[in-house]
Design a protein around this ligand. Structure first.
Ligand code: PLP
Length: 545
């Protein structure tokens, strides 16, 4: 028995009575927990490397160089989950101490495997039972890898955007084929930061100014439009086509005025807008294009990913979206490198400095700037070139996002498959329901399956939606419907009677979408069983008419 103090991280030699039926007098082990009051400690067994199969998930290889001082004199393997509770009297001697990096790898491995077990027992999908379960329109789809990544990042306790954020931004930009991606804490923040960036004085004459007009659609999500108002500009609402849910591009010319500076549009429910017409219009008139790609990650228009047509594009990583990190979003800088530091500045308090979190003096002249009317050499960390925000997510979120990104091709494929199955099975009811259509030349990565109740149908949208919801099938409207009819927009005129927006045409399409449209889920958590149940409930309603 050793008389030394036993502490976590020590490698010791213990007496083990029996293992695999054979008698072993001595075995090396790693102390995981110091002896308690009764003298019992927790230790993980250490084996010769050749005694362990490489596929064992809890096998951590250690070399002598992983020790502080002397080691075991050979390459060995700690089996992080093969533990023993032994009395301190069974410890014959202390060999040495593992370095923190090697010891932390063992502890992380133990935690990670427990997290996997937790996931398998408590999170893994049960079989769908219509009597008990809801059919959600969307939700997070994940496996043990996301939970493990979150816990592992929590162990780092870096917290603020860091290494996982860098990895996520790089991988997303590579996936899209854009110049760079900048993480923010939501899709709404992404839209805000993207718009704000285009108001920067650094863009000179090209900047968007208060009073300028921005062409958008009335039928959609509010935070695609809100930044326009928040920067004192005027949204110009154009109508939408009810089959694709997207902008009626034939109205673009009519929407143009001398003050038009930009077009800001979403790809509705994953269905790409007519990117040929919109980009040609923007180029011809020298307009910025912000693509709200929040609902369309993975969608293709003429073989090119959406989110790559505009000057800037945005993503949302809220759970219903194509991938999630809880809350989260991104601004994609499609081509123009100059926009990246501007986007980052608005995200990061408006600062001029571009050091990553935890870094200093990336520019090499932290105390060598002279900007504004500040004294020469004022700390660049505290020089502000924009009226900015702080809209960063946590590194833990980015760690989850990295795992989700790896699943994106599967997610996109599942969304397409579910949408197609719904379309095929709803087609017999076309007499009552207007069915969705993919924009010509597109391959959408669908957010939802939208239908419109025909005006002449013998039931209302309320009737059918209530029937579905009563049978535990979640439905959603097309977000804000016709935003021009929402109280927020009608009242946003700062007390004056003037509406804060301009309308082109009569917005008949937006009104129809507001009155008659709803959508069902297609998210990857839905299987054929869910889809067929949705169809059965829908058919029960429609056949009774
Ligand atoms: C088209 C569109 N843009 C922006 C957003 C906002 O995203 P977030 O909820 O992450 O703020 C949404 C949300 O669903 C959306 O559908």
């Amino acid at each position: 028995m050793t008389s030394g103090t036993l502490i976590p991280g020590q490698v010791v030699v213990i007496e083990v009575p029996v293992r695999n039926g054979s008698f072993e007098r001595e075995h090396s082990a790693l102390v995981l927990r110091s002896p308690d009051t009764s003298g019992e400690l927790l230790a993980a067994l250490i084996f010769n490397q050749d005694a362990v199969y490489g596929s064992d998930l809890d096998a951590i290889v250690i070399e002598d160089s992983d020790f502080e001082g002397e080691g075991l004199g050979r390459t060995s393997v700690v089996r992080a989950q093969q533990t023993l509770v032994i009395h301190r009297s069974a410890v014959k001697r202390i060999v040495g101490m593992l370095q923190p990096r090697a010891f932390s790898a063992v502890i992380r491995c133990r935690i990670s495997l427990d997290v996997k077990l937790f996931y398998e027992v408590f999170h893994d999908a049960r079989r769908f039972d219509p009597a008990r379960d809801r059919v959600p329109y969307a939700g997070r789809v994940f496996d043990e890898k996301e939970v493990q990544a979150a816990v592992d990042a929590a162990l780092d306790f870096w917290l603020t955007l860091g290494p996982h954020g860098d990895r996520f931004q790089k991988t997303l930009a590579e996936f899209l084929g854009v110049r760079s991606s900048v993480l923010v804490n939501s899709g709404s923040s992404a839209n805000l930061v993207a718009f704000a960036a285009l108001t920067s004085h650094k863009l000179g004459e090209r900047r968007i100014r208060p009073g300028d007009e921005v062409i958008t659609v009335a039928a959609g999500f509010p935070t695609t439009v809100n930044p326009i108002l928040q920067y004192g500009c005027v949204p110009v609402f154009v109508d939408s086509d009810t089959k694709t849910g997207n902008i009626e591009v034939s109205y673009l010319e009519e929407a143009l005025s001398e003050r038009t500076r930009a077009v800001m549009l979403a790809h509705t429910l994953g269905n790409p807008f007519d990117a040929d017409a919109v980009t040609e219009f923007c180029q011809r008139h020298g307009l910025w294009l912000i693509e709200d790609n929040c609902d369309a990650l993975g969608s293709l228009y003429k073989g090119k990913l959406t989110g790559t047509f505009g000057d800037l594009s945005t993503q949302s990583f809220y759970p219903p979206h194509h991938l999630t990190m809880g809350e989260g979003g991104a601004v994609n800088i499609v081509r123009e490198a100059q926009l990246k530091p501007i986007v980052e500045s608005f995200r990061d308090w408006g600062r001029d400095c571009w050091c990553d979190s935890g870094k200093e003096n990336t520019c090499g002249k932290r105390f060598g700037w002279r900007l504004g009317e500040l004294p020469e050499g004022y700390d660049h960390k505290y020089i502000y070139s924009h009226i900015g925000y702080n809209l960063k997510p946590l590194d833990i979120q980015a760690a989850i996002g990295c795992e989700q990104l790896a699943k994106l091709p599967f997610f996109v494929e599942a969304r397409r498959r579910n949408w197609k199955r719904l379309l095929d099975r709803v087609r017999p009811f076309e007499e009552f329901l207007e069915l969705p259509e993919a924009t010509p030349g597109s391959e959408p990565s669908w957010f939802g399956f939208m239908v419109l109740v025909r005006t002449e149908a013998p039931f209302t949208r309320k009737d059918i939606v209530e029937h579905l919801e009563n049978h535990k099938i979640q439905t959603r409207m097309l977000f804000g419907g016709n935003l021009a009819r929402q109280p927020a927009y009608l009242k946003a005129g700062n007390g004056s009677n003037r509406l804060p927006f301009r309308i082109v045409g009569n917005l008949r399409g937006a009104d129809r979408l507001m009155n008659d449209a709803f959508f069902l889920g297609v998210y990857p958590g839905l299987t054929d069983v869910h889809i067929d149940y949705m169809i059965q409930v829908l058919s029960d309603f429609l056949r009774k008419l």
